[in-house]
Design a protein around this ligand. Structure first.
Ligand SMILES: Cc1cc2nc3c(=O)[nH]c(=O)nc-3n(C[C@H](O)[C@H](O)[C@H](O)COP(=O)(O)O)c2cc1C
Length: 317
């Protein structure tokens, strides 16, 4: 079973909406794979509505981005149950995660994601409905923050009481968004709570980890079972490598990796997905060589994946 069978510390690529789609996950897999991948968060209520088709691209996967955990959000326990049943029985996902950590206003104003901190009755019903749908075929985990306006470990205690396989903790409150330093001091008490209430639940630490070495240090220092890395992958797509070649990679190699990413995007979605998301990656790949800033500005003016590829080709010719 995922989580319990993996060697520790477990290194996880964070879910990032409009970033960690199947194309980028494959880039990361080809550079240096983590132990677990997550999909972007996808709404169970949307998947249970006529808007379903538009959301399905978030659940696309490839042959390398495995094991893959499908991350769900939403408000209706019945929808969690039916979508969890569908995903678990498909055999395509190694786990199901529930997003109880997103602080975005558009989401929390309706009481979803990190707003569930203030509605534990619904949070509990969502987890139990998801577990019912998953039916023991895949493990169910939760990703959360450490409070809404202030640190509140009773929320962590509550989640640990729900019988989940893993709990990823982004050590900031909802109110803090990502504006303050991660509260690393919470992890020792969280691990202690876990030992008392839910010894089989893996604790995954998240927030501000930028390198593999830092992840290993964090795991041993705070006694957690794993570490999730998000934005660190923008600084180095080889972030999960024991010895990343990225800092010494030449312009042509970096641009080559960007082109690979764009080609994977085209392979998976053709022209059916907005290429604007690809432009956000210019900062990642077109960086650290002379002329990078001018090339990035040029790329921002282009409006198709094909045009991006042509301009990159021209830059290395
Ligand atoms: C662009 C972006 C999109 C994100 N989308 C999601 C998401 O879909 N689901 C989720 O649980 N967290 C999401 N997050 C939060 C990250 O998974 C992670 O918790 C956060 O970035 C802190 O980790 P880091 O400092 O390693 O980036 C997102 C973060 C960013 C920057």
């Amino acid at each position: 079973m995922l989580w319990s069978d993996l060697k520790k510390p477990i290194l996880v690529l964070a879910p990032m909406d409009d970033v960690t789609d199947a194309a980028f996950r494959q880039v990361v897999a080809e550079c240096a794979p983590p132990d677990i991948y997550f999909t972007e968060f996808v709404s169970v209520d949307g998947l249970s509505s006529p808007g379903r088709e538009a959301l399905k691209s978030k659940l696309v996967f490839g042959s390398l981005d495995k094991p893959l955990v499908a991350q769900l959000w939403g408000l209706q326990p019945a929808n969690y149950e039916s979508i969890a049943r569908e995903l678990a029985s498909s055999g395509n996902y190694a786990g199901i995660d529930i997003n109880m950590g997103c602080p975005a206003k558009a989401v929390i104003k309706n009481g979803a994601c990190s707003a569930l901190i203030n509605n534990r009755d619904l949070a509990g019903r969502i987890i139990q409905a998801t577990k019912k749908g998953a039916n023991g075929q895949v493990p169910v985990s939760v990703k959360c923050r450490i409070g809404f306006n202030a640190i509140d470990l009773s929320w962590i205690e509550f989640l640990l009481g729900q019988g989940i396989a893993a709990l990823t903790v982004h050590a900031r409150t909802t109110k803090e968004q990502s504006k303050v330093a991660n509260h690393w001091e919470v992890f020792r008490p969280i691990v202690q709570l876990r030992d008392e209430i839910a010894p089989t639940t893996a604790i995954i630490a998240n927030g501000d980890v930028l390198t593999r070495q830092q992840a290993l240090d964090v795991a041993s220092e705070h006694g957690v079972d794993g570490v999730m890395i998000g934005r660190g992958v923008f600084r180095d797509p080889y972030v999960f490598s024991a010895k990343s070649p990225w800092p010494s990679m030449a312009k042509a190699e970096k641009i080559g990796l960007y082109a690979r990413h764009i080609n994977l995007f085209l392979e998976k979605w053709g022209n059916n997905k907005n290429p604007a998301t690809l432009k956000r990656f210019a900062k990642v790949y077109v960086n650290g060589f002379s002329g990078a800033s001018e090339l990035r500005s040029d790329l921002m003016t282009l409006n198709s994946a094909q045009n991006l590829l042509e301009r990159l080709d021209e830059a290395v010719r």
